[in-house]
Structure formats: structure tokens, C-alpha cells
Design a binder for this molecule. Structure first.
Ligand code: ADP
Length: 485
């Protein structure tokens, strides 16, 4: 696996969670999985890590070389080896993609170096995989290298799988980066790296990968169309026969209400009332009125347009005046949204609690202490937080898009089946009335609400199922590669 993020080393979203968990599940099935990532400044090498004495040389275009140091360790409690590239110029800064002033200006070179390092790693450690599994645009050049500079070389036989975690980010840069990469200029064409006169690293990866996956079946369909395709729908339609959607799983050892060290009380279906202690702790933590009988709506999210938290901000005053509920929000992102949330928290003390920042403990407390979990995403490739919420018996109020469609089962009043409340239109009013529906169920039909909570907790979102699907894709890719080179 080649990745820009890996939990728990350095991660900012679902991609890091996935790469932290999928290799563990694959290793349990007997595979030798190794991960390559940068050693960001935020990661401190530990005394038990190994480092290779000889410099790790990364071969770039026009005879350029990057000299790095290679560290290695294991994903905790596993045989999954993690290689980390230490390079001061490219990776010493703490943030993965962007700093306070936006995206790092040299991301084109940084992630070329990561991608090329995947190629140069194999002879360096004298090991060659059957599959290289790449994640998002930052690793998009790996399949391009395998098909161009490595064609005819031993690595050229290796199959590649490209996973799209979020199509919105594509790595689009000026043409001049090509000479830095060492990839032939002839790849600057519309059925390879070129897009609208620029180099598009994700597009290159999508054209050259042996097989492509994305993180939910619905998103796999959405991205083939103009609405969800972010300009790459034609590429994805062209490669449609090689594209499958596989739902992300969750790390059930980290997200388990029965044994979660972050919680003041642990619980399962049998002693569900202990969830009430988590609600109390949550209300105290956020200075809300302590009241076991008020419905608490939780949010844990990046605060960006994709996540639709602005729709919630828009309706907060209406919710406060019309409904009996409390809202707790943990997130970080766009400044105007952070400011708006802080403002509404100041207007409704005791009813709206906001924490701006990234905080693992609070995210667990919200999952456990809230009654419903709000996720009004404009698009959502898979989404993990709704899975965590359901496992903690907290019902999602979510927009019916992407992975949310595939994981949250709409509450059916006739049969009392379901695990959450879905709405279609990406608007404040769509969200408003759906929170109202959840509220009405919570107050007027508490036994039904409880039944939905139990149904949500019983859903199996462990990695075992998804890992076996990835295994099938890997086999499929190996077969396809062996007949094409
Ligand atoms: P995305 O990858 O689009 O951000 P996901 O739902 O797939 O969305 O994954 C988000 C991950 O990041 C989850 O593990 C979630 O708990 C975590 N997360 C997001 N924001 C925060 C935050 N402010 N504090 C703690 N964890 C967060």
C-alpha cells in the first residue's frame, strides 16, 4: 500500500482510518502487506524502529535524485510492516496536505517523490509485491510509472489497484512537473495524464491502474455520471468495467462501546442504560443543561462544503426555537463555518456546544453520548462516522448520498425496520424536517426509537467482509496484469 495517511501515525480523514485497518484484516487472512508513507514532522521515530544505514535514493526526472532515510516499524500488534520516508525538504513539515495558507505549494513534487519512492523501494529492500494498492491522487503516479518507466523491468509485471476515497481532490498541476517526475512527455495526452492543459495525477492513475475501486457501491455509480464525476466521469465510465465499490469497514477494536477507554461507562445492548452516563458526561463536557430526557444531536466532521454543516448552521436558530433538543459539534475546517458555529453556541448557551479542533476522545464521547448523529453531506464516498454512530446506538440523520445510502437503512414506520433517518434534498429544510422526524420518534415513540438503536448496533461493519472483497479484486488484477504484459 502506498499512502499519504495512515492511522495512527498521521491522518486527517477516512483514508487514514482505512489504510490503518484494511492491512490488519488482510494480514489475518495470511497476506504479506507492507505500507509506504512519508515521515511527516508530526511523527517521531520510536526507539524500537529500525532505520536503514544506506541512503534511500529516489530517482526522479532529468537525472535528479532525492536522498532519503528509510525507517521501518510495524502496525501495532501486527506483522504489517510500515516504511516511512524521512526527507527534510519534502516531508518535515507537520501538515500532510496544507498549512494555514492553503495547500503546500510543492505538493506536486512532494507526492511525486512519494509515488516514485514506491518504485525505488522494491529493489532497495529486495522485495517485490504482487499488487501495489494506491490511495487517492497523491499516489496516482505509481500506476503510471509501472506502465511507462518500468515497462519491461521486473516491476512492470506488478498489478496495481487504485482506490478513490474522494474524487474531489485530483492533484492538478502545471505541465512542467512532468520533467520532474521522469515520466515521458508522451504521457501528456488526454487518455493518460493530461486534463484541460494540465497534469492531473489522479486521472493518470485511473487510466493506468489495473483495477479501480471506490469506497461504496453507490459512489461507484455516482462518479460515472456528470453530477458526481468531478470532471472525470468520462474516464470512469470508460474504465467502468474495471471499477467496483467496496464499503469501508471500521476498526471494531477501536470503536467498541463495550470496551472503549475514552468513555465514562461502557455498554452494549444488554446494559444499554449505561449509555445514559455517557450522555450526562457529554452534556457536562459541553456545558449543556444536564437532562437525560432531551434529544442530543451530535456532529463530528471536517467543516467543509462537502459535509453540508453549513446547512445545519442555517437552521440552528429554527431548531432551537421549534424543537426540544441539544446540539453538540466537534470539527475543524473553514474559518467562516467555525466562526458561525461559535456564534450560535454563544447565542444558545446550555443548548448548543461547539468544540473547534481535532479530538479523538471527544469524538468517541459524542458517538456514545448523543441520541442522533447528523451528517448532511452533499456527497459522501463512504463515510465512517455514521458507522461508528450506529455501533454506539446513535441513529444517523443523514443525506441519502454515496455510502450513506449503502449503510444507513431508512426507518420504515410501517415495519419499524431501519437504522436511521435519511433525506434526499441537500437543503436546510430537508435537514430540518428530518431532524423533526427523528425528534418526533424520540419523544412520541421511545420504544420504536430504542428498537432502531438496537438494530443499528447489530449491524456488522467489521473489515472481515470488505477485506475478502479486496482479496477478490487483487486476484482479478493479478490475472488481468499477467495477460496484458
Ligand atoms: P472524511 O474522510 O471525509 O473526513 P469520514 O467519515 O470517512 O470522513 O472519516 C472521518 C474520520 O475523521 C472519522 O474517523 C472521524 O471520527 C474523524 N474526525 C473528523 N473530524 C474529527 C475531529 N474534529 N476530531 C476527531 N476526529 C475527527
Amino acid at each position: 500500500m502506498v499512502t499519504p495517511e495512515l492511522a495512527p501515525f498521521a491522518y486527517v480523514g477516512g483514508l487514514g482510518d482505512v489504510v490503518g485497518a484494511l492491512p490488519k484484516a488482510l494480514a489475518l487472512r495470511g497476506h504479506d502487506v507492507r505500507i509506504l508513507m512519508p515521515l511527516y514532522g508530526s511523527i517521531k521515530p520510536q526507539p524500537d524502529w529500525q532505520s536503514v544505514e544506506a541512503p534511500f535514493v529516489i530517482h526522479l526526472g532529468d537525472g535528479r535524485r532525492a536522498y532519503a532515510k528509510l525507517w521501518s516499524t510495524y502496525l501495532s500488534g501486527t506483522q504489517v510492516q510500515v516504511y516511512l520516508i524521512e526527507h527534510r525538504q519534502y516531508f518535515e513539515r507537520h501538515e500532510i496536505y496544507s498549512g494555514p495558507w492553503g495547500s503546500h505549494g510543492d505538493n506536486n513534487e512532494r507526492f511525486t517523490v512519494l509515488s516514485r519512492a514506491a518504485i525505488d523501494l522494491c529493489p532497495f529492500i529486495r522485495w517485490q509485491p504482487d499488487i501495489v494498492h494506491c490511495h487517492d491522487w497523491t499516489t496516482g503516479l505509481v500506476p503510471v510509472y509501472l506502465n511507462t518507466t518500468e515497462r519491461g523491468a521486473p516491476l512492470g509485471k506488478v498489478a496495481s489497484v487504485m482506490t478513490i476515497h474522494n474524487l474531489e481532490h485530483q492533484g492538478v498541476f502545471g505541465r512542467e512537473i512532468l520533467s520532474f517526475t521522469g515520466i515521458p512527455e508522451s504521457e501528456f495526452r488526454s487518455d493518460s495524464l493530461e486534463s484541460c492543459g494540465a497534469v492531473n495525477m489522479l486521472k493518470g492513475g485511473l487510466y493506468h491502474a489495473t483495477k479501480i475501486t471506490t469506497v461504496s457501491p453507490t459512489y461507484a455509480t455516482e462518479i460515472r455520471g456528470p453530477m458526481g464525476g468531478c470532471g472525470l466521469n468520462e474516464v470512469l465510465a470508460f474504465r467502468g468495467a474495471d471499477l467496483v465499490g467496496i464499503l469501508n469497514g471500521i476498526d471494531t477494536s477501536v470503536w467498541d462501546p463495550k470496551q472503549d477507554p475514552y468513555l465514562p461507562a461502557t455498554y452494549d445492548e444488554a446494559n444499554f442504560n449505561e449509555k445514559g452516563k455517557c450522555k450526562r458526561a457529554l452534556q457536562e463536557q459541553f456545558d449543556l443543561e444536564v437532562d437525560p430526557n432531551v434529544m442530543v444531536v451530535g456532529v463530528v466532521s471536517r467543516l467543509y462544503h462537502q459535509k453540508g454543516i453549513d446547512l445545519l448552521t442555517e437552521i440552528l436558530p429554527g431548531l432551537m426555537s421549534e424543537m426540544k433538543l441539544q446540539v453538540v459539534i466537534l470539527g475543524v475546517g473553514e474559518k467562516w463555518l467555525e466562526d458561525a458555529l461559535r456564534y450560535w453556541a454563544s447565542q444558545y448557551p446550555g443548548r448548543i456546544g461547539v468544540e473547534i479542533g481535532y479530538n479523538a476522545r471527544l469524538s468517541h464521547l459524542i458517538m456514545a453520548g448523543a441520541d442522533t448523529f447528523c451528517m448532511p453531506s452533499r456527497f459522501e464516498p463512504c463515510g465512517l462516522t455514521q458507522l461508528y454512530a450506529m455501533r454506539y446506538g446513535t441513529l444517523p440523520v443523514a443525506r441519502a448520498t454515496g455510502g450513506l445510502c449503502d449503510t444507513v437503512e431508512q426507518y420504515d414506520e410501517a415495519t419499524q425496520q431501519g437504522t436511521g433517518f435519511l433525506f434526499s434534498e441537500p437543503s436546510g429544510s430537508g435537514l430540518y424536517y428530518t431532524i423533526g422526524w427523528a425528534c418526533a420518534t424520540y419523544y412520541d415513540k421511545p420504544e420504536v426509537f430504542r428498537r432502531l438503536q438496537v438494530q443499528a448496533m447489530r449491524k456488522d461493519f467489521s473489515w472481515a467482509v470488505s477485506a475478502s472483497k479486496y482479496e477478490e479484486v487483487y486476484k482479478w488484477a493479478i490475472d488481468a496484469r499477467s495477460t496484458s504484459v
